[in-house]
Ligand binder design. Structure first.
Ligand SMILES: Nc1ncnc2c1ncn2[C@@H]1O[C@H](COP(=O)(O)OP(=O)(O)OP(=O)(O)O)[C@@H](O)[C@H]1O
Ligand SMILES: [Mg+2]
Length: 307
């Protein structure tokens, strides 16, 4: 049985449909990234999964049980995109308060809070007021409150987006540890973050899933031979016209011109290299750069985001 099962989930806000019938499953363990640009529907989806927002239609099940059942809601840990805290509380008080909400008694809550604060690296700051915490410390406190009741599923909405490089590194390292122990679904708009900590991605755009799967499988699916050719600009525009002429060649699948540089997705790297280099030599083209490589998931993601 899947840890999380999402079926035809739809959320409408008035006439706007933020989530348009998405379905996916998460197996136990590992980390999955909900990846998409601003407004894709990541927060709306996560809030529905956390039971904080009721879907217009569709269903969510955790270990086969609906989220409306109290038992399954206690199995979820949720970190909002913009967590807000009571600044006058200490870190420890806040985590104990969160543990209490999930039904733990005072003694147990205190013991669990100590344990989790140590794990997220806030042991020394546990008795300080939250108002004096840095952004990275607040994000780690947010993780502590999401984890204190030992959830089976952790939902994290942009856990590193608001952090500086140091805070980001701290939280990333923590996520690497957590993924060994619990099932994580995190949202991000940065592919690089997803690649660093997750093994699967679900790509969302305009409330729809446009691609999903294992990151290494998707990387090889989207890997295609790519030639990068840069020319020196000549007054007659001969070199640029030459680059543009590649659009008509049989071995070119796609041409993208960026200033004086052409990016060619080609079907046959051998032929492309031979023909183009020969022409450059014969016609004395002012070549600056000629590079054979491959497109990556990043290019595919940029296309999805910009289309
Ligand atoms: N409470 C609401 N009322 C009306 N529209 C909403 C509401 N919440 C979200 N939306 C709309 O739903 C769409 C998806 O928003 P959502 O916050 O889920 O996107 P997101 O992927 O989390 O974006 P971001 O990367 O900016 O956090 C947006 O068009 C947004 O304007
Ligand atoms: Mg969001």
């Amino acid at each position: 049985m899947s840890r999380l099962s999402v079926t035809q989930l739809i959320k409408k806000f008035g006439t706007r449909t933020a989530v348009k019938g998405i379905s996916f499953e998460l197996e136990e363990g590992g980390c999955t990234a909900l990846l998409g640009p601003n407004g894709a529907g990541k927060t709306t989806t996560l809030r529905m999964l956390a039971g904080l927002l009721s879907p217009t239609s569709g269903s969510v099940a955790i270990d086969g049980k609906g989220t409306s059942e109290i038992a399954s809601r206690n199995q979820i840990g949720y970190l909002p995109q913009h967590p807000s805290f009571y600044g006058w509380m200490t870190g420890k008080e806040y985590v104990v308060y969160a543990a209490g909400l999930s039904g733990m008694n005072g003694k147990q809550a205190s013991a669990e809070a100590d344990m989790i604060l140590e794990k997220v690296g806030l042991k020394d700051a546990a008795r300080r007021r939250i108002s004096g915490y840095s952004g990275g410390m607040k994000q780690r406190l947010g993780l502590a409150q999401a984890l204190v009741h030992r959830p089976r599923l952790l939902l994290l909405d942009e856990p590193v987006s608001a952090l500086d490089p140091l805070g980001r590194r701290e939280v990333m390292d923590l996520l690497q540890q957590l993924r060994q122990e619990t099932t994580i679904l995190l949202s991000t708009h940065v592919l690089h973050d997803a690649e660093e900590v997750c093994d699967r991605i679900i790509m969302l755009r305009n409330g729809e899933i446009v691609e999903q799967g294992n990151i290494s499988e998707l990387s090889s699916k989207y890997r295609q031979p790519l030639l990068t050719i840069q020319v020196e600009r000549d007054p007659e525009g001969r070199a640029l016209a030459w680059l543009q002429s590649f659009r008509q060649r049989s071995f070119v699948k796609e041409l993208e011109l960026r200033g004086d540089t052409a990016l060619l997705t080609v079907s046959d790297m051998g032929t492309a290299r031979e023909v183009i280099l020969q022409e450059a030599g014969n016609q004395v083209m002012p070549l600056l750069r000629f590079e054979a490589g491959a497109t990556s998931l990043e290019e595919m993601f940029m296309k999805v985001v910009s289309s």
